[in-house]
Write a protein that binds this ligand. Structure first.
Ligand SMILES: C[S@@+](CC[C@H](N)C(=O)[O-])C[C@H]1O[C@@H](n2cnc3c(N)ncnc32)[C@H](O)[C@@H]1O
Length: 221
């Protein structure tokens, strides 16, 4: 598939797949979306409800590492221990990573972003004393973790282009991967997605979406 760099509504870059008419992030703002959906509605919200020393996060679609970078910075700022696992079957090439402008837009992110990308796959790397990262090169269908995470960032390509990733089978895996009380957040607000989550046992709420999107979903086990 052809790939190109696109500048989104808030000035931050993303990768676009023209043949699929799909991007790694919202056209209306990559950083704005990541902050709203995953950091604010996911991580920050989870912490207001749960007082835990360490939180284990599973990311569905590690991609450019933007969500990991923002989570790392949150961990440093708030002295909150995070164990972050990013699953990705098709790692983004360094040549593309270098074309993304996140470190120009996010304060003192340069070293962190580099560390996130140069660290080895499959083994835990302590990027900071509050942030351990494991990048797992695997297909989402191969995920079989049981009660191993407090929070899931569900950031797959949209249901229009990869409908099989938004059905009960994968959401059941997500449900099983979470501890009771664990949460999943996603930018999607589709009715069929919400119903598939409910069918596997999640309690789902609709929340205001990021810029350019009316709603998003948060599911609780
Ligand atoms: C929307 S992008 C993720 C964006 C990412 N969270 C970020 O901050 O850049 C979706 C990602 O899922 C990956 N992907 C697509 N299908 C997959 C599959 N079946 N298993 C694992 N990864 C997959 C893609 O390569 C892509 O990196």
């Amino acid at each position: 598939l052809k790939r190109e760099i696109l500048i989104t509504g808030d000035g931050s870059a993303t990768i676009r797949l023209p043949e699929w008419d799909e991007q790694y992030h919202s056209k209306h703002g990559a950083i704005a979306e990541a902050k709203h959906v995953f950091i604010k509605s996911g991580l920050e919200h989870f912490l207001t409800k749960n007082d835990l020393d360490a939180i284990r996060i599973l990311e569905i679609g590690f991609g450019t590492g933007l969500n990991a970078l923002l989570s790392l910075q949150f961990a440093i700022r708030n002295r909150q221990r995070l164990h972050y696992t990013g699953v990705e079957a098709y790692p983004v090439e360094f040549s593309e990573i270098r074309q993304l402008n996140y470190t120009k837009l996010i304060k003192s992110a340069e070293k962190d972003f580099e560390q996130i990308h140069i660290c080895s796959w499959e083994i835990p790397s302590e990027i900071n004393k509050n942030f351990t990262l494991v990048k797992r090169k695997q297909f989402f269908s191969q995920i079989n973790d049981k009660q191993s995470f407090e929070l899931i960032y569900f950031d797959a390509f949209g249901a229009r282009v990869q409908p099989e990733l938004w059905e009960e089978d994968l959401f059941r895996k997500m449900y099983n991967a979470l501890i009771p009380g664990g949460m999943l957040v996603t930018y999607s607000a589709k009715g069929s997605v919400r119903r598939a989550m409910q069918a596997v046992g999640f309690e789902v709420e609709r929340l205001p979406g990021p810029p350019g999107k009316r709603e998003m979903l948060r599911a609780v086990k």
